[in-house]
Design a protein around this ligand. Structure first.
Ligand code: LMR
Length: 396
């Protein structure tokens, strides 16, 4: 039966972690996967999460099946973070949310739902985009194209190229947008540019599928949701995949959500009924623990406040690591201009390192980065940043 099965290539991101774990060197550094580590190099357990977990264990709740679309309080909390507490759209019943298995799970159920609705549409992702976007939409049966995005020469956005590409897409093309903290480049359009992009979506009847996995890691929870609110405010029907993996440091709990904004209450009910069929036939219903913890934090004022403080702490630490990396590169005699690293947002920096340089970083120095040159700045700390800067200086 299995004789003809070929060996699949390693996953470009999670496969690198497997390699890192197997590496015996004591000074190894994993800047591959997008995971935030604290200054001790550990994935933090947030205090707000710890307190919610204690309450949950003390409550000794039964573990029955959750509804197919998950915990109501979780879904409402996810919606409120995206659209704000006073969303008219939500009050009008135009917003529906389903708990999902991380941001990836949200993308997948959204993709399966869209494949039924728009079987002939293509999906457009940014060039470059998160490694898994193309694979995920292709596996859902779509042809995937890439729209102009990053300009390597300026380490910035090719805005004119992006607009021109989007204008050329046929109506009902599904376009995946990174609402903040673009993965992998760390380069986001300005709000004024987003306004123009949104106009093209309206004119050309493109279907926005927003991916927001890093809300709170850019400028702040509210600021990072501005693009979602801009598109929603224009009355565009849309899909939004969101994730709490990073913002709650709950990677392994698979806490994400798919939110859709439709034309009216009745449409929402029909859309949700179809989405539930997609979920039921994929994994039946989501798991309880992570969702309950997030829901408790989002819906308990003291825990919510504590969480936002902890999130701000992570955001500030990443910014300071960006500054330190740039300064240390200079100190190690690097002549190339790395100032752009300070301006990029979120966990990642598209460093401009070539895949050959990335190979040398890993092989000669035990510093792991993605082949595209993406490094996870959130995994730098006061103990490894000098070593990483020195290693980069040696491979340049
Ligand atoms: C990443 O881009 O490293 C993260 O989103 C983790 C993942 O699932 O790839």
């Amino acid at each position: 039966l299995f004789a003809s099965v070929e060996l699949a290539p390693r996953d470009p991101i999670l496969g690198l972690t497997e390699q890192y774990v197997a590496d015996k060197r004591g000074n190894k550094v994993n800047l591959g996967v997008g995971v935030y580590c604290d200054d001790q190099g550990r994935i933090p357990l947030l205090e707000a999460v710890r307190r919610a977990e204690i309450k949950r264990v003390e409550a000794a709740a039964a573990r029955g099946y959750l509804p197919i679309d998950g915990i109501a309080g979780y879904n409402k909390g996810a919606q409120t973070l995206l659209l704000g507490p006073d969303s008219t759209l939500a009050a009008e019943g135009r917003v529906l949310t389903a708990q999902a298995l991380g941001g990836t799970g949200a993308l997948k159920i959204g993709a399966d739902f869209l494949k039924q609705l728009l079987p002939d549409s293509k999906v457009a992702i940014s060039n470059p985009s998160w490694e898994n976007h193309r694979a995920l939409f292709e596996r859902a049966g779509f042809e995937v194209v890439a729209y102009t995005y990053y300009d390597a020469a300026t380490h910035g956005l090719d805005f004119d190229g992006m607009l021109a590409y989007l204008r050329g897409l046929p109506a009902r093309t599904i376009v995946v947008l990174h609402a903040c903290c673009h993965n992998p480049t760390g380069v986001d359009p300005s709000f004024e540019q987003w306004q123009q992009i949104a106009q093209v979506f309206q004119e050309k009847q493109l279907v926005p599928f927003m991916d927001i996995a890093y809300q709170g890691f850019g400028a702040g929870l509210e600021e990072d949701a501005a693009v979602v609110r801009l598109f929603a405010g224009l009355g565009l029907d849309m899909l939004i995949s969101s994730s709490f993996s990073k913002s709650f440091s709950l990677y392994g709990e698979r806490v994400g959500a798919l939110t859709m904004i439709s034309g009216d209450r009745d449409e929402s009910a029909r859309v949700l009924s179809q989405l539930k069929r997609v979920i039921r036939t994929n994994y039946s219903n989501p798991p309880t623990h992570g969702g309950s913890v997030v829901s408790m934090v989002l819906n308990t004022p003291e825990l919510y406040q504590l969480w936002t403080q902890e999130l701000a702490g992570m955001r500030d630490r990443i910014r300071s690591m960006r500054d330190q990396l740039v300064d240390k590169l200079k100190a190690h005699g690097v002549k190339q201009d790395f100032e752009f690293v300070r301006k990029q947002r979120g966990m990642f920096s598209y460093s401009g390192l070539t895949s050959a340089q990335v190979d040398r970083l890993r092989e000669e120095h035990g510093v792991y980065a993605i082949a595209s040159g993406r490094i996870c700045v959130a995994a730098l700390n006061s103990r490894n940043v000098d070593y990483v800067a020195e290693a980069i200086s040696k491979v340049l």
